[in-house]
Design a protein around this ligand. Structure first.
Ligand code: HEM
Length: 823
């Protein structure tokens, strides 16, 4: 046995003494001095009896001395560590108090009252208050501001309204230049700046807001705050309780608005008053080109924010981040190119919203959904009148809304080609009749036109009848569902109109594939929404950039599925024709049209010869895609708004029903074309509904050569658009234009002053709608059947639909329509 075993152990273990006082231990006890660690002595294990007792004693003494020495060393290093700890603690406390001081100084300066108490703290004569005390005294506030209830929002001290509104309005009104900036509240602010501000404001920090150089972000914050309020500033429910119809509001406007205002609680009232006063200041400042009407249009969706929920089917927000990154990279190039801004001079004489160098009006349409885009277009029309320009990277679109311009455009051979926006649509429906140009369009239109001859349309009427009857049975079942009050009619009508197109134009039995048809209508809905997004967002308008997004993959998938649907129809029709021929006699076979007594448009395409050659499978598919899309979505939109107007005007509905009773009696009848043609009042009602809600609200062409429109030089490559919606609602062409009055069309065409180009729901000229008669007969047949079975009502009397235009005009949310059985 080693006699030094015990000592050797004690020597090899000095580090163990520090075990209880590691660095980790030091940092863990910020609050106070750590307790003194125990000193462990490693006594030698009992020595062997082989060692002499005196020798053993001497060894022990030696050992003891060594330990004492070690202990002293450790005590010294302990007290030096203790000293360091105290120093660090002091430094930590000094830093913390400096931080709190900064925080307090900031909130003191923002409140502009430097109290004596704070002065004492500043001079270090008084200890500062801790965080919870500051919160109790309302100096530090951490409540949320956005996406919350009004009562929970941080309030300004005076007046007692949300602080965010107060601060934004102060910023806008304290800077005279801000109020004069054109397009205030219409032009969207920088998305990223707004989002960053949102976080600051939620933490009650307003410094950056006050330093903004452009007012658009400040307006953006106001709009964002109002839109995100969980309880809107003015609720639509309250409106509908007080104002039962628009007529009632019109006849008694002042009293009704006062009643509504009086019903608001104090907080809402004060906030609304403050906001309205500010908006009046904006409207009274002529330089910003924003009148009360435009402001009303833009702000109403924020103040009554309920209707805007879930109307953006594409995830715009996420994808905007990527575009903004690209946007920043382009920034440098843009600045250089801005030096060569000469192109902008081309249309100097045409008014339009303020444009940025190089990018033009791009920013106004970024990051906004279809509802806001449509509202912006209306506001622009109201501001600039019958002609204005839009500029996307020097790609100009001149937007007209006068009959003179319509005539000049639709009769000009150099303005016959569809604009570049339609190219995006052609990625889906190909280069069919709607999109094609020049000789291709001409030869196709010639071949297809006989397919819409009235003799052929006459054959379709029994099919309209049958499908409308089935539709009424479906409505009845839906209306009987327990707990259901209103029926969202647009999707149902899409299924009906698609079924009719499949059966009549394509000659296949629509009842076989109802699930496929329902799927197809949803595909069309999503594709339209993506296409519309691409039209107004210049970044995704560029193919290469669009291909970088995940939406492009979704787009391709949807297009493939849509083609499967139409190819399947073509195969089916081919098979039906082959089966018919197989059972025919040799003589009958010689007759090309044998067995096709109900000749479908698809048969016209299958039999067509252009320059002696039949159409290829791709040619046929693109026309089938075109007609399936153009023939169902438009008519469903027209029918939806027609039923809404009929429900909203019971007097019109009564007169329609009387006309039906006079012509056919109360029982359901098998309609014919001549019976439908007799319904004169119904013609007027449909016309008026298409005036107020034209399913295709805007059409656009491109100049293939330099030309002129109403004396204005239009250079090659410029787009010209016709805003049909705006023209149909212009006071200049229609008396009291927002009023639904079918009788306004009685004898209108006979008057000398009426210009037929004023009313163009089906467009005009050589590229007008080939299916307009088809659509009119279909709408009349369906309306007769619906009114024979039901009385149509609104479940919310004063309801006005919010509109969006994803190629076709649509209600942004389901309409509150109720169908009550007549007998
Ligand atoms: C109420 C229902 C309808 C309305 C309001 C409507 C409206 C229009 C408008 C405004 C255009 C011109 C588009 C442009 O210039 O860009 C158009 C073109 C067209 N429509 Fe319709 N349409 C309706 C129903 C139909 C139906 C039922 C079909 C087919 C069965 C159809 C097939 C077409 C086609 C193929 C074109 C392109 C014509 C060409 O460029 O030669 N439409 N439609």
């Amino acid at each position: 046995m080693d006699p030094y075993l015990g000592l050797a152990q004690s020597k090899s273990k000095p580090r163990s003494v520090l075990d209880g006082f590691s660095n980790r231990h030091l940092t863990a006890v910020k609050g106070g001095r750590p307790s003194r660690p125990p000193i462990r002595t490693n006594r030698p294990v009992s020595t062997s009896s082989l060692v002499e007792p005196s020798e053993h004693y001497r060894l022990l003494q030696q050992d003891h001395l060594a330990l004492l020495k070690k202990q002293k060393q450790l005590e010294e290093s302990y007290s030096s560590l203790e000293e360091r700890f105290d120093k660090l603690k002091l430094e930590y406390e000094t830093l913390q108090s400096a931080y709190e001081e900064l925080q307090e100084n900031y909130s003191a300066s923002s409140q502009k009252n430097f109290t004596a108490g704070k002065l004492l703290v500043y001079l270090k004569l008084k200890r500062r208050a801790d965080k919870s005390a500051l919160e109790n005294r309302n100096i530090i506030k951490n409540e949320a501001c956005f996406n919350t209830f009004l009562k929970d929002v941080i309030m300004a001290d005076h007046p007692r309204i949300p602080r965010v509104i107060y601060e934004c309005v102060s910023v806008l009104e304290s800077n005279e230049k801000f109020l004069t900036v054109p397009g205030l509240y219409r032009v969207s602010g920088d998305y990223n700046v707004i989002q960053n501000l949102r976080y600051d404001i939620n933490a009650n920090q307003y410094k950056k807001l006050r330093k903004l150089k452009s007012p658009h972000e400040v307006c953006g914050i106001i709009k964002l705050f109002l839109r995100e309020l969980k309880d809107p500033l003015v609720s639509l429910q309250m409106c509908s309780e007080i104002i039962s119809s628009v007529e009632e509001l019109k006849s008694n406007k002042r009293a009704k608005v006062l009643q509504l205002v009086n019903a608001l609680d104090d907080l809402r009232l004060q906030t609304l008053k403050f906001l309205m006063k500010h908006l009046r200041n904006v409207a009274n400042t002529a330089e910003n080109e924003m009148d009360a009407y435009s402001l009303g249009l833009l702000m109403s969706s924020c103040i009554f924010n309920e209707t805007l929920a879930d109307v953006c089917p594409v995830k715009f927000e996420k994808q905007m981040r990527m575009y903004w990154t690209v946007f920043l990279l382009l920034g440098v190039i843009i600045s250089l190119l801005a030096l060569f801004d000469w192109k902008a001079k081309r249309y100097d004489s045409v008014p339009g919203p303020r444009r940025w160098p190089f990018i033009g009006n791009v920013v106004s349409f970024l990051g906004v959904g279809p509802v806001e885009i449509f509202a912006q277009l209306i506001a622009l029309g109201k501001t600039y009148g019958k002609v204005y320009k839009l500029d996307f990277f020097y790609d100009y679109t001149i937007v007209y809304s006068s009959p003179e311009a319509v005539e000049a455009i639709v009769t000009s051979p150099v303005l016959a080609a569809k604009s570049q926006d339609y190219d995006k649509v052609s990625e889906w429906i190909g280069n069919g009749l709607l999109v094609s140009r020049g000789p291709k369009w001409f030869s196709r239109r010639k071949v297809i036109t006989p397919g819409f001859h009235f003799k052929i349309l006459e054959d379709f009427v029994p099919s309209f009848n049958r499908q409308a009857e089935a539709f009424c049975r479906k409505l009845e079942a839906l209306a009987r569902e327990p707990g259901r009050e209103a029926i969202d009619i647009f999707p149902e009508l899409k299924l009906l109109t698609l079924g009719i197109i499949c059966e009549t134009a394509m000659g296949v039995d629509s009842a076989e594939d109802t699930a496929q048809q329902a799927y197809y209508t949803r595909i069309v809905e999503e594709l339209s929404s993506i296409l519309y997004w691409r039209m107004f967002n210049v970044f995704v308008n560029i193919d290469a950039l669009f291909r970088l997004t995940s939406t492009s993959r979704r787009f391709d998938e949807l297009v493939r599925k849509s083609w499967n649907f139409t190819l399947n129809m073509i195969d089916k029709r081919r098979k039906i024709n082959e089966d018919t021929l197989r059972v025919a006699s040799p003589d009958e076979r010689k007759d090309e049209t044998y067995g096709r007594h109900k000749r479908a448009l698809l048969d016209t395409l299958l039999d067509a010869r252009i320059d002696g050659k039949p159409l290829t499978d791709d040619d046929i598919r693109e026309e089938v895609d075109t007609f399936t899309f153009a023939g169902h979505d438009t008519t469903a939109s027209a029918m939806t708004f027609l039923l809404y107007n009929v429900a909203k005007h019971p007097d019109v509905q009564d007169r329609l029903y009387e006309e039906i009773l006079d012509e056919f009696g109360p029982e359901s009848t098998e309609l014919t074309l001549s019976m439908i043609n007799n319904l004169r009042y119904m013609d007027l009602v449909i016309k008026e509904s298409l005036r107020l809600y034209p399913p295709v609200p805007i059409i656009a062409r491109i100049a293939t050569e330099n030309t002129e429109v109403l004396g204005e030089r239009i250079t090659r490559g410029t787009s010209v658009a016709v805003d049909i919606f705006l023209m149909h609602r212009s006071e200049e062409y229609f008396l009291d234009p927002d009023r639904f009055d079918p009788t306004r069309f009685e004898g209108m065409r006979d008057t000398d002053t009426f210009n037929p180009y004023t009313y163009i729901p089906f467009s005009a000229g050589s590229r007008n709608c080939i299916g307009q008669k088809f659509a009119q007969y279909e709408m009349k047949s369906v309306l007769v059947k619906i009114l024979q079975h039901f009385s149509v009502r609104l479940t919310r009397e004063n309801y006005e639909p919010t509109l969006k235009a994803e190629i076709v005009l649509k209600p942004a949310t389901g309409l509150p329509l109720k169908f009550v059985r007549r007998h």
